[in-house]
Write a protein that binds this ligand. Structure first.
Ligand SMILES: *Cc1c(COP(=O)(O)O)cnc(C)c1O
Length: 403
């Protein structure tokens, strides 16, 4: 029954679309993780901006286990209490009046793009279906979402793509002005491009995008799958910018490690998703919603949000110190606990080497493309864990440079 498995088994039994590290984590507590060999890591990766409260947070364990002994799944021909409670909390805390639940970021975006087109076509006619997105953006891996995403490496090679999608440079108002028209159904923006290199939008840019959308009757969709649920230092990054979208997508941190996605919108737009227009078997699953409700309860407090901003400063000053000492980084950027250290020219393309060296030194970090080392730790990581992880990371940089 209890057979031993190792990293080598991956290549024998898994589809080769991933290249996982050579260690297998087996246990986590707070911001620390242990692998099969009992080696300890400080986790600055957070399961790619997912484990918002670290590992095995007591409030999440309680929410999950209590719900597990009540009811797991009921289907969407019924509703359930955790889904209704979570939706009420999201509505109370944001611009949104209506919520649609699904299981991932890609599904939340798939719903958002379908709804935006449905709304535009219903309201303005069959010619209004264009979606404008930005180069280097990332919106998920379904065929529609890779098509809207601005990274051809993810959308090429699968035959004809869905039509009516345009890409323009990020943070470029003139480019949007030139591209937008009355045929535009929606403009899709990440407030901080996550996978694209932890690149924050300029406030003036998002304000201009909002104004241009209004001028052309296009919906503004914010993909907050990575920036949402406290990651930016506010519950959602749109609050940091003071620019409100028409549709917002959330996933990753929302479940703190339990799969869930959500699309938030207004009543006026939501009503175009009438009965039968869209759906998801597991969307609004009671287990997922119970956990997400606990995540929101913990994260959406002044203390935790203020803590995220303080921890941002702690990370940035220590990364800047490494940059000053070694010259490996040309810039440290980001918001809240989504931070990118941009590799200096001499190290461009080597983000994965930094990731590997960091793991060897006992700290898990991420890359965001080949040129940026990314940090997306627990939003409640202890200052002592930040300092210890940074010391390990500095050591990894020294080791890499000594080679
Ligand atoms: C991760 C991510 C997605 C995709 O989420 P999945 O849960 O992997 O489908 C979409 N948009 C952004 C901005 C992301 O960071």
């Amino acid at each position: 029954m209890n057979q031993t498995v190792t990293r080598a088994d991956f290549d024998q039994v898994m589809v080769p679309n991933y290249a996982p590290a050579d260690y297998i984590p087996v246990r986590g507590e707070g911001a620390r993780v242990w692998d099969q060999a009992g080696r300890e890591y400080i986790d600055f990766a957070g399961g790619i901006a997912v484990n918002a409260l670290g590992h095995a947070h007591p409030a999440l364990v309680k929410a999950l286990t209590e719900q597990a002994s009540k009811i797991w799944h009921v289907s969407n021909s019924l509703t359930n209490e955790p889904a209704l409670r979570l939706a009420k909390k999201l509505v109370a805390a944001t611009f949104a009046e209506r919520v649609f639940f699904c299981n991932s970021g890609a599904e939340a975006n798939e719903a958002a793009f379908k709804l935006a087109r449905k709304y535009a076509i219903d309201v303005a006619g069959s010619e209004k279906y264009e979606i404008i997105s930005t180069t280097n953006s990332f919106h998920g891996r379904t065929f529609f979402t890779v098509t809207v995403g601005g990274q051809p490496k993810y959308s090429d090679g699968f035959g004809p793509r869905p039509q009516g999608v345009k890409h323009i440079p990020y943070n470029d108002v003139a480019a949007l002005k030139a591209a937008i028209s009355d045929k535009t159904a929606a403009v899709v923006v990440e407030p901080v491009q996550g996978e694209g290199g932890v690149l924050p939008a300029d406030k003036a840019y998002l304000e201009a995008v909002r104004a241009l959308c209004d001028q052309h009757g296009a919906l503004l969709v914010f993909d907050e799958v990575q920036t949402g649920v406290g990651r930016s230092g506010s519950l959602y990054a749109y609050m940091e910018y003071g620019v409100t979208p028409d549709i917002l997508t959330s996933a990753k941190s929302l479940g703190g490690g339990f799969p869930i996605g959500a699309m938030l919108t207004t009543e006026k737009i939501a009503k175009h998703f009438g009965v039968g227009t869209h759906g998801s078997t597991y969307g609004g699953n009671p287990l997922a919603c119970a956990v997400a409700e606990a995540v929101i309860d913990v994260v959406n407090t002044p203390e935790v949000l203020a803590g995220i901003r303080a921890k941002h400063a702690r990370f940035v000053s220590q990364l800047n110190a490494i940059a000053a000492k070694t010259g490996v980084f040309s810039e440290v950027r980001g918001m809240g606990l989504l931070i990118g250290a941009v590799l200096a020219d001499a190290y461009k393309g080597r983000a994965k080497d930094f990731m590997t060296a960091a793991a060897k030194a006992g700290v898990m970090v991420l890359q965001a493309g080949p040129d940026v080392v990314r940090f997306a730790p627990s939003l409640v990581i202890a200052d002592a864990d930040i300092d210890e992880g940074m010391a390990r990371f500095a050591q990894a940089v020294d080791t890499l440079l000594a080679k």
